[in-house]
Structure formats: C-alpha cells, structure tokens
Design a protein around this ligand. Structure first.
Ligand SMILES: Cc1ncc(C[n+]2csc(CCOP(=O)(O)OP(=O)(O)O)c2C)c(N)n1
Length: 559
C-alpha cells in the first residue's frame, strides 16, 4: 500500500500494464493526469482531434496485438472519441479509452463540459467504468485492460472525475482482477470437435471462411496447416485478410459484396463450410437466404453471441480459434486420409484464372494495377491501412498481403477517416516497417488535420490518395442504381493535396503516370517525414466485381 494521488496511481498502473504509448489531447478535466504524464516516460502522442486518438489507439492495437490507449478530456473531448470507440467495438479491437469527468459533486448538474459518457458509450463498449475513489484506480484499470484484451476483444472506457484524479489515497497495485460473470471460454468442447471432424472427414468440397477472429487469436499457422491437410480453399472476410498469405494456392481472396468471383462462386459449390472467427455480416453473406446453400456449416467463435446470430449452423464451437483449429487438426490427422481432390482443385484454379484474366484485360492506370505496383514496391511486412469506399475495396481485392496484422481497415463501422490515424498508431507500434494508408480524397479530408500529429510527432507514414474528386463509392452506387443522378458527391477537386501536405511540413507529390507513381512511392519510402501522394484517377471509375446490396453472392456485376 502506498499513498499517492489518483492521477499518479493511474499512470503507475499504466506503466505496470506496460503501456508505452498514449494517443490523446488534454483539457481541464484531464489536466491533473497530464501533469503526472509530464514526468513519465510513457510516450504521449499529441493528436489533433480526439477521433484520431481513438483510431490511432485502434491501429496500434491491430498492428501489435496489444491494447491501444487513448485519452481525452470531458465533454467534447469525450464525445469526439465516440466514433473511434464504436469503430473499435465493431471490429473487436482492444482499446482502453480514458476520459476526464467533472468533479463528482457536479455530476448531473450540467456542469461545464459535463457529458454522460458512460451512458453514451454503454452500447459501444465491452464495458465502462466511472471511478469514484482514487484507491480503486489500480483495480479498475487492470480490469479494463483484461476485459479489453480477453475473450472477444473490444473497447473499454474509464471515466475519471477530476476530484478522483486529485484525491490522495492508499493504493494497492497488487490487487487481483475479479469480474463476476465474465469468464471467456477458450477451450473447444471435445464433442463438438468430434462433430466438426465427422463432417470434414466426409466432405467432398470443403471450404474455409476465415475472419478477423483468426487474426486476433494468432491462428494463421494452424489455419494454413488445416487447409493444406484438407485441401480446402480459404476465403477471407475483410477482417480476415492476411490470415493466409494471399499468394498461397488455396487462398481465394475476399468474399462478399466486393468479393472475388472465386470466393463468391465457390461458396455456392462447397458441401462443408468451416467458418472461423467470422460473424456472417451482411456485407459478407449477401442475401442471407441464398448464402452457402448446399453446405453443412461448422462455426468457430470465441463469442457465444455470434453463434446462430445471422445464420443457422450444423456444428457450433465456442472456443478460441487457434485452440479449436489445433484440436480439429490433431483429430483429423488420426482419422483422415489426405485426398488430392482433383476436381475441386481444378475448379479453384479455373475460377482464379478467369478472375486474373479479367483483371489483366483492364488497360490504363487503373486502381487494380496500382495495387499490384504498390505490392511490388513495398516490403512483405509493410502495414497497409485503408480509408472507406472504393479505395478500401480496391486494396482489399487487389493488394495481396502475406501476413496477419498487415492489413488494417474499418470493417464493421466503415468509418471514413479511419485509415490515416490508424496508420499513425500502427507506425508507433511498429516503427521499423513502412505504413501506408490507401485513401480516397473524401475520407482523407475527414482526418487530414492529423498530418500535424504525424509531422510534429515524427511518425512518418505514407498516404496514397486515389483522387477521383468524388465520394467515389456513393457515386458508383448512383451510377449503377440511381440512373447516374450524382447527388452531393462532387468534391470539386478541393483541396490541392500537395499544397496541403506542404502546409503541414509533410512531403506532397502528385503522380500522374505509373512511372511518376513508382518514383513517388520510392521517394516516400526513403523519406523521414510523412508523404502524401496524390494520384488523380477518373471520377467514373467503378470497383468491380460487385454484388448489389441484398442480392445473392452469385449475382455479380462486372461492367
Ligand atoms: C464517416 C462516414 N461518413 C459517410 C460515409 C458514407 N460513405 C461510404 S463510402 C463514401 C465515399 C468515400 O469517398 P472517398 O473517401 O473519396 O473514397 P472513394 O470511394 O472515392 O475511394 C461515403 C460518403 C462513411 N462510410 N463514413
């Protein structure tokens, strides 16, 4: 037991949790904590908007697998975090957010910069706490980190009234974490494993659908081993991208609204689907009644609430993906004789070839080609983040990634403005690899002010703006489904991104040809300052393939 202020207890607990970076912005209700941070060796990154602080913490978490931490003052600081917290919640990212709060005596009195952040964030956090006594800080903060990172990860918010930060109390850092009723189950039930193996042994055309849960549980090795043993091709959701190297012969690429024709077709032909760490979102399944019509489905997820939520399954398996895949592999080894599956593999290769030929037939500087060029120039372990819209789908479809945690995108919430601050967070987590945000002009404008954070904080990242002067994805829908009536999508070619970058002290380069682009990217990789590469593309460009909303994954349009 030691005597100290609540603020000091917070920072000491953060150190014990091995927090090495906090993304935040101070203010009156958090100034006491910031005063302690002044003399701490925790790296605080001063962001320029709290939304970016939350996204940066999220990017840090996704790149490293560790908890990301953000901090804001009360009222508007706290509400500015909300989009970032919701984003982390939808994508199961372990983030702990600290907010300042008015003194406890003023809570409920509409005090200056008071907002009920507990009420606001209840539906978008795994859990939230308002601390009422300084002595409780170590216990609550430990619990917050444990909850954020265990089971199905997600954001946790800790609200700190100013008087609690200032209060001096006896604190105990050796306290344990007790959370009644919270016991994530990681171990797969042997009976369910047996049932899954029974189905897989009999399967003629097995297919694996891998999602973010595989990345989160670090189950890539187990996934690839099982796919190879079964000769089962692997489709990935947006969140699962990278869990199998996309150059692997069994990798089919993205499934869903902008899935590859290979993934979207084969899901109709499989007889046993092994779905791992996925939540069957509408963007993944298309018309749910026609999703995977002829298959028995095995569903592995650590979150029991996901089982049967969107789709009925034959074999539910509530467990950690890595442990479950290991058990299934072990049992299969004993019961299964490896099959060549010549017809199934021929079908895989035929569809892959069709898809590649279609892409190769495109002429000019088209985004799919740009993605391939980017891949060739970047090292294998480079981290890609994306914004939202066409840019995101071009990257998801055509930029092959090799490793888990090297593709970071806003899946569930689809948050424009996520990619750039997430890139800053990823770079802080992994300073030795290049971090590249594939952006649209509309998305980048939403958080570009944090160029200041990346330049002043010496966190160099690369932003590639696919500049169509449009809210491109909305324009695409208007072209395809609303008779070309462009309503509120023209961005007017504003701003000049080269000048914008320069105004912040970053490097700005315009690349109007493929050669100029290659030079620009090479220069950006050598630069020790953030670089924005502005790549003008046609405002009429579409991302294909596409499945219209609400249609079956078979109803692909391409041109
Ligand atoms: C914060 C937010 N607002 C609105 C949308 C709706 N929306 C989805 S894609 C899109 C257009 C994105 O434009 P841009 O960033 O330029 O990317 P592009 O599609 O042109 O590649 C919009 C407005 C969103 N996803 N997020």
């Amino acid at each position: 037991m030691v005597m100290m202020t609540g603020a000091k207890a917070l920072v000491e607990t953060l150190k014990k949790q091995k927090v090495n970076a906090i993304f935040g912005i101070p203010g009156g209700a958090m100034i006491v904590v910031y005063d302690v941070l002044y003399e701490s060796d925790i790296h605080h990154i001063l962001m320029r908007h709290e939304q970016c602080a939350a996204h940066a913490a999220d990017g840090y978490a996704r790149a490293s697998g560790r908890v990301g931490v953000c901090m804001a003052t009360s009222g508007p600081g706290a509400t500015n975090l909300v989009t970032g917290i919701a984003n982390a919640y939808m994508d199961s990212s372990p983030v702990v957010a600290f907010t300042g709060q008015v003194p406890t005596s003023l809570i409920g009195r509409d005090a200056f910069q008071e907002v009920d952040i507990i009420g606001i964030t209840t539906p978008i956090t795994k859990c939230n706490f308002q601390v009422r006594k300084a002595a409780e800080i170590p216990k609550i903060v430990k619990a917050a980190f444990y909850i954020a990172s265990s089971g199905r990860p997600g954001p946790v918010l800790v609200d700190l009234p100013k008087d609690v930060q200032m209060e001096t109390a006896e604190v105990d850092f050796d306290c344990g974490v007790e959370i009644p009723g919270y016991k994530p189950n990681y171990e797969p039930h042997p009976l369910q494993v047996k049932k899954a193996v029974d189905l897989l042994v009999e399967a003629e055309r097995p297919l694996i659908l891998a999602g973010g849960g595989v990345v989160i549980s670090g189950a890539s090795k187990e996934l690839v081993a099982l796919a190879e043993l079964l000769m089962a091709p692997v489709s990935t959701t947006l969140m699962g991208k990278g869990c199998i190297p996309e150059t692997h012969p069994l990798a089919l690429g993205l499934i869903g609204m902008h899935g590859t024709i290979t993934s979207n077709q084969l899901i109709h032909e499989t007889d046993v689907l092994l779905a791992v760490g996925v939540r069957f979102s509408d963007r993944t399944t298309g018309k749910i009644e026609e999703f995977c019509p002829d298959a028995k489905i095995i569903h592995i997820d650590v979150d029991p609430a996901e089982i049967g939520k969107n789709i009925e399954v034959e074999v539910p398996l509530v467990a950690d993906a890595k442990l479950a895949l290991k058990e299934i592999y072990g049992l299969l080894l004993r019961r299964f004789k490896r099959k060549e599956r010549t017809a199934w593999m021929n079908r895989v290769h035929e569809l892959k070839r069709q898809f590649e030929e279609k892409v190769e037939s495109e002429t000019g500087v088209k985004p799919p080609k740009l993605m391939k060029v980017i891949r060739k120039i970047l090292p294998e372990d480079a981290i890609i983040t994306t914004e939202v819209g066409q840019n995101q789908m071009w990257a998801a479809l055509y930029l092959k990634v090799y490793k888990p945690r090297t593709f970071i995108s806003s899946g569930g919430l689809g948050t424009m403005g996520f990619g750039f601050p997430a890139a800053i967070g990823a770079k802080v987590a992994c300073p030795n690899v290049p971090v590249v945000d594939i952006a649209g002009d509309g998305s980048f404008i939403m958080t570009e002010q944090d160029l200041a954070a990346s330049v002043a904080g010496e966190i160099p990242v690369i932003v590639i703006v696919l500049n169509n002067s449009m809210l491109g994805m909305v324009a695409q829908w208007q072209r395809l489904f609303f008779g070309g009536r462009y309503s509120a999508v023209n961005l007017g070619g504003i701003p000049d991104f080269v000048k914008l970058a320069e105004a912040y002290g970053a490097q700005g380069i315009r690349a109007e040809s493929l050669n100029e682009f290659i030079e620009a990217l090479k220069s950006a990789l050598k630069s020790d300052v953030t670089t924005v590469i502005d790549v003008p593309i046609s405002p009429e460009e579409n991302v294909f393939p596409m499945v219209p909303a609400g249609k079956s994954l078979k109803e692909i349009i391409w041109k």
